[in-house]
Design a protein around this ligand. Structure first.
Ligand SMILES: Cc1cc2nc3c(=O)[nH]c(=O)nc-3n(C[C@H](O)[C@H](O)[C@H](O)COP(=O)(O)OP(=O)(O)OC[C@H]3O[C@@H](n4cnc5c(N)ncnc54)[C@H](O)[C@@H]3O)c2cc1C
Length: 397
């Protein structure tokens, strides 16, 4: 296990560039996006042009080649500015490009990964169904063989980017009786395909810039080249993508913690009550100390896990059982702690703002609404605890 970690000059330069970009192109539009609840098309297009939708993808496949560490830097910086943009990038990158990069054939990489990494096409990932949430192996969307291809029929829900995506990685049952052990396959579904339709888009508490869409698959015919990975191994494809997603979600939570702490710090220095800035009161100081502790601890966890994933590479066939187990436990810990610490820090930061923190349109009020979902999506925190406890019982600490 390696513990030493240092950002390279290139990684530091990338962070500075991202920070400047977000300050100019994203921060100014966030309040309006939150109010109008519209997908931020213009800023997403600018991010795509910068290469920010292909950060961990190798340059030979159209990406920036900055690995998981670079990707977490992007998500951390996005987490400071806006969770909707972070989710749009995350659904595309962690959940869309990872399956292609790790399991795609060379032909599939050229056809789907390259345009996605270059920012020409948007991806999404669809596992959840009305009857299959935490029990994600219980998908009921059916994939039936037809000649050498497949026909997909069923309903998916809660798909981030589902309304805007060009291609969606869809998990469907090649044999629903087998469930996760051989019964689920990953398919690449282009959204212009006959039989594909976007259904209801949810109104949400937060993440107002993102779509959370229902997908209706009515006999969508696909050729064999649309099968991603082996038939029956879709659950593994999904879990590999989620391991990447959970670490990047930790990075987004880290950004949320840092921004909320900064806002609370500034407010507490400037808000005077009983003749003193409230930062002079020990109760407030200890809240700031708790925030700083969580930020520092999470920073180590996120980048340790990201660097570990970079060292493991992108070929699942080369991973030992032990390496897989370590990676999965680590990702679950980062996701679970990160999301809970973000929720706690943002809650305390809102408290420090007093009544102002509850007023619609303040950054801390938006952050409070946006942060809650991180304890739920990409596997609820109850499920993360199941993953962690099973591994602890099997292997010890
Ligand atoms: C905004 C948003 C975006 C999303 N984006 C995507 C996406 O892009 N792609 C996608 O596929 N899905 C997406 N999801 C779905 C998300 O991943 C699921 O909502 C989540 O996994 C939980 O599933 P569920 O809602 O069916 O809850 P359920 O599984 O019904 O869980 C309900 C409660 O029961 C608990 N529970 C369930 N089983 C157990 C157990 N065995 N032990 C203890 N507790 C348990 C859960 O932790 C939870 O508290 C998104 C959801 C939202 C809200």
């Amino acid at each position: 296990m390696a513990f030493e970690f240092e950002f390279s000059p290139d990684q530091e330069a990338f962070r500075a560039a991202v920070r400047a970009f977000l300050a100019k192109e994203v921060a100014p539009i966030v309040a309006e996006m939150d109010a109008t609840e519209e997908f931020p098309r213009a800023s997403v297009a600018k991010m795509q042009a910068e290469g920010y939708f292909g950060v961990p993808v190798p340059e030979e496949y159209g990406g920036l080649g900055l690995g998981k560490v670079g990707y977490c830097i992007l998500l951390e910086e996005l987490g400071k500015v806006d969770a909707s943009h972070g989710t749009i990038v995350g659904a595309h990158t962690s959940l869309g490009t990872t399956p292609l990069l790790y399991y795609g054939t060379e032909e599939q990489k050229r056809r789907w990964l390259v345009p996605a990494a270059k920012g020409e096409k948007l991806l999404a990932f669809s596992l959840t169904e009305p009857g299959s949430g935490s029990d994600s192996g219980a998908v009921r969307t059916v994939a039936e063989r037809s000649g050498d291809g497949w026909v997909l029929t069923g309903n998916k829900i809660y798909v981030s980017n589902g309304r805007e995506a060009d291609t969606i990685v869809v998990m469907a049952g090649n044999d629903v009786k087998l469930g996760p052990n051989g019964g689920v396959t990953a398919f690449l579904v282009d959204t212009r395909r006959p039989g594909f339709q976007v259904g209801r888009c949810e109104k949400k508490m937060g993440l107002h810039g993102t779509s959370t869409a229902e997908l209706i698959l009515d006999h969508v015919a696909l050729g064999p080249e649309h099968v991603l990975g082996e038939v029956g191994r879709g659950f593994h494809v999904a879990m590999t993508a989620l391991d990447v997603g959970r670490v990047s979600l930790g990075a987004a939570s880290l950004g949320g913690i840092e921004a909320a702490t900064q806002q609370a710090l500034e407010f507490s220095k400037n808000r005077t009550q009983f003749g003193l800035p409230i930062s002079e009161y020990e109760v407030i100081q200890f809240k700031l100390a708790d925030m700083a502790m969580k930020a520092q601890a999470l920073r180590y966890l996120v980048y340790h896990a990201a660097a570990h994933q970079d060292r493991m590479g992108t070929d699942p066939k080369r991973w030992s059982r032990l390496e897989r187990a370590e990676k999965t436990r680590e990702a679950a810990i980062v996701k679970c702690l990160g999301s809970e610490w973000a929720a706690a820090v943002i809650d305390e930061a809102l408290q420090i703002h007093g009544g102002l923190g509850y007023i619609r349109g303040t950054p801390i009020e938006r952050a409070y609404r946006d942060a809650r979902i991180s304890e739920i999506f990409e596997g609820t925190n109850e499920i993360q605890r199941l993953v962690i406890s099973r591994d602890v019982i099997a292997r010890g600490l």
